[in-house]
Structures are given as C-alpha cells and as structure tokens.
Design a protein around this ligand. Sequence first.
Ligand code: SF4
Length: 349
Amino acid sequence: MNDFNPVLQLNIERDLPEASLKLLLQSEKWDSSLTAAADRKRREIYADEVYLRGLIEFSNFCKNNCFYCGIRAGNQNAVRYRLSKEEILDCCVEGYGLGFRTFVLQSGEDPFFTDSLLCEIVSEIRSRFPDCAITLSLGEKPRESYKAYFDAGANRYLLRHETANDAHYRKLHPESMSLTNRKRCLYDLKDIGYQVGSGFMVGSPYQTVDCIIEDLRFLQELKPDMIGIGPYITHKETPFASFQSGSLTLTLRLISVLRLMFPYALIPATTALGTIHPQGRELGLKAGANVVMPNLSPVRVRKLYELYENKICTGEEAAQCRSCLERRVAAAGYRVVTAIGNAKKEHML
Ligand code: SF4
C-alpha cells in the first residue's frame, strides 16, 4: 500500500473506486501532486486560455426558499430589484465592447419574467450579438419553457444540482422542491440541445464525503459541459445562519479532481472562491479551473444579488472588473482570451 497513488490512477483512468476517492478527498497528502496533475491536464486540453463570461444578474426576486440562499423568498430584509429589457441589453452592449462573447443571464425564479418576455429578451440579444453565446441560469422550469428559450436563441444553461443525495437535498430545500425534478430539468436541457452546466456547493450544511462522492457519480452520469463548484458561504438571513462556511482547501482539491475526471469540462474559478480567500480565484485556476465570470450588472444592483454574504466585486464598473480579472489571471500564469469558449467535444469519450 506504500506506493498507492490515487492521483496517478485518476489521471490515467479518469475515475477511482469509492475507497480511493474517499481517501483522496479526505487527505492533504496528495494535494500538491493533484494540483500539478490537474494543471498539466488543463494545459494539455486548453493551453493557458481562460474564458470570460459576462454575468448579468437581472432579478433577485425568487419564489423559492432554499435554506442556504440569501435571496430566498422568506428573506424579508432583502432589497429586491429587476432590470428592464433595455437595461439588460445595455449590459450586453457594454460587455461586447469589453470583449465578452458569452452573456450569462441569471436570476432567482421570478414569475414576473414570463416565458414570452424571456424569449423576447433572448431573441433580441441573439439578433444583435450573433457571434455570442447566451447562457441562462433561471432555475427549474417546465421542458416547454426551456425549449422556447432555446428556440429563441439561448445555447447554454446553468443549473447546479447542489447535492445528488436525496436525504441531503431534503435538508437543504423546502418540501416544494425535489431532487427528482432538478434532475429532470438537467436531462431535459441536455435533450433539447443546450450545453449544460451543473455543480454543487462544497461544505454545505449536513454534507458528508459520501454526499460528495454521490455528486461526482451523478456528474459522471450527466456528463455536463460545465461544472461549477464553490464553497458554501453562510448568509445571516437564512435558517442556516449558524453553520460554518465551506473550506478553501477542499474546494480546490475538488476542482482538481473534476479536471482529471472531466478533462474537457469548463470549470469556473467562482466568485465564492474569491470571497473566502483573497487569492481564491487564482488558486482555483491553478487547481484546474479555466473560466472566470466578471459581473456586467449595473453597480447599483450588484450588492443586492446576495446569495451569500460579503460577496466581492460589487463596487467596480464592468470595465474595472474585466481588467482586474485579466491582471489576476495573468499573475496566476494564464491568459484571458476573447472567444466564445465552448467545451472541447471529446468530453463525451
Ligand atoms: S438558490 Fe436559487 S432557487 Fe433557491 S432561493 Fe436562491 S435564487 Fe431561489
């Protein structure tokens, strides 16, 4: 057992048996070789390129009550806002000028934005920016709605599964929500033809290492193009106010595991990572991430889209965010590129 090396095996086979995976996730022993192997893998597939996604958080209204979320319907103290169609388009115009070729439209599950209004917004962006990808992150919807947005011109959809363990899902969400429906959404999205992103929080309340292994197994089954993970961060206006935030080390370890399991995936160095550590996003890139998502939302609403507390980058204009991130990416040893940034297709192998 002396020369047991799970990193080597994961690197070659893109998978590990349960027991080895558990050891790898629970020990610091292999961290430096894991990071190095993940970085080699990302350079092999994506060289030093880091893709930009321009994030437009257009509504913080949400009908749901996820127990971990700062903009849950039950948070009476949240100051709510919606951007108009014109304001969303203005964000795209500004972003395009700054070199963004992917716009991510994100909101809570806000019934104000009907399917017809969303389709109107998506079609307008599609016709004005034909060379850009339109990513939606609007939560759980019926299949027909996903299909309508796709037909209007959306190409990608982000919907984290959050946890693939049913009992854990029950602890994080109210009765009205279910893991079955979340999975149905993800498979519908794939089936319709979206490039799909999923993922989970690291260190969420009641999460065990077995839950994380189930998350990885679910991702192996789903084979998403994009995988977003970030540390759980506590928000005081939620039922989980007394829980601790997730750990930087485990999040970085998991980014590297994901890079080796899913070499072709687009993996963001998330804002949540930058929130728990000043160099969090740089460390995320070095651990295998290859995407950053600067904020294009108007500065006046940035602070209000508060899924978790102390979120960074809420005071800078879009242009400042972009150049700050470009410098950070360069300092970490990578290069921001202006490209649509699709996943390399061999990930289905
Ligand atoms: S996590 Fe999403 S669906 Fe849940 S309350 Fe927050 S914004 Fe709404």
